[in-house]
Write a new protein. Structure first.
Length: 163
């Protein structure tokens, strides 16, 4: 089961993660007690903990494929490009680097990951279509569900607190 310390900043995929479905929330201001509670809960609810772990793994494997990451980066860079107030130019002494120039000096696991994530040929399809943003009602409902689940875990932790 993944334990996730409440992040200060969100990754692009984090909005799809649901507490107690994909991960167990850990408070950032009381980590030790929060982690102890999570471990105790996981040990006494092994099937549920394993299911959370499996759901998280499935999310990573299905929703964070490199092609999706590249699609996200393309959409993000295109949106940033619309904000530019100037025409970018390549500096006269710039040197183009091929992906191999970055991956070849790497060793071990780092090299393996770099080679796996390298684009080997142009895509034979257009990038994904970004889904429309949440509507106000559905966004509120989704966020409220996440907040309520985290509060429920915190309530369990507080009930385990010894005076």
């Amino acid at each position: 089961m993944t334990l996730l310390v409440k992040p200060r900043y969100s990754d692009f995929f984090a909005r799809g993660l649901i507490p107690r479905h994909h991960y167990w929330p850990v408070k950032d201001d009381d980590k030790c007690r929060s982690i102890k509670h999570a471990v105790d809960w996981g040990n006494s609810h092994q099937k549920e903990a394993q299911e959370i772990g499996k759901t998280a793994s499935k999310f990573i494997q299905e929703e964070l494929k490199m092609e999706y990451v590249y699609d996200f980066m393309l959409h993000l860079l295109n949106e940033y490009a619309k904000l530019l107030q100037y025409e970018p130019t390549i500096p006269p002494k710039a040197t183009e680097l091929c992906p191999e120039a970055m991956a070849c000096p790497a060793n071990g696991l780092m090299r393996e990951f770099m080679m796996q994530s390298m684009v080997k040929s142009p895509a034979d399809h257009s990038p994904c279509t970004m889904p429309p943003p949440y509507g106000p009602a559905s966004l509120y409902s989704f966020l409220q569900k996440k907040i309520n689940t985290i509060k429920e875990v915190e309530l369990w932790e507080n009930q385990d607190k010894k005076p």
